[in-house]
Design a protein around this ligand. Sequence first.
Ligand code: MN
Length: 217
Amino acid sequence: MSRRLSLTLDGRNIAVHLHAGDLPADVRFSGAIAVDSETLGLSLIRDRLCLVQMSDGGGDIHLVQLDRRTYDAPNLKAVLGDGGTQKIFHFGRFDLAVLMRDLGIVCAPVFCTKIASKLVRTYTDRHGLKDVVKELLGKDLSKEQQSSDWGAAHLSDAQLVYAASDVLHLHAVRDRLSEMLAREGRTGLAEACFAFLPTRAALDLQGWEAVDIFAHA
Ligand code: MN
């Protein structure tokens, strides 16, 4: 069962596809996939995964609304767990932990635009997606539906547009940040951080969420 919404976002014609339970088997992505997820809240103990959003930078954005009783989504798991395809996240640490916990998959390789931003935009402490998109792309991202009920059986059009817009700019942001990382000689450092991200997520899930295991004390 799928629902389709056609709209113009930032002057681009976008088709948002909402799928119930799993990604249809015939959906194909070309190249790196921008990924985001929505949960009921921000606790890794309490809050379940509700929605996964995906875009390959083209005109189609796919949203998968998950069934919390089964999380039976083999097609989605195959795409996210495909080691040959880069997944672009903003603060992938949380998404990776939730995907690991509820879907039982390790999502890699990853590019995290928040880590990249922190490694090169050292002139600011504003690393939220809205701030990064505004500065690097000159575009305004609405965060209006951020704290809505993602567990609802029926997601509103406004929620779908919000969810889709969170993956809309990640390819462009990645490209800009990659240039900045190269400029500052920090590409290798960023890549090492991205490669560590699944381990960071596993530590979060196993009780070290608030602990810096590298710290002396
Ligand atoms: Mn989001």
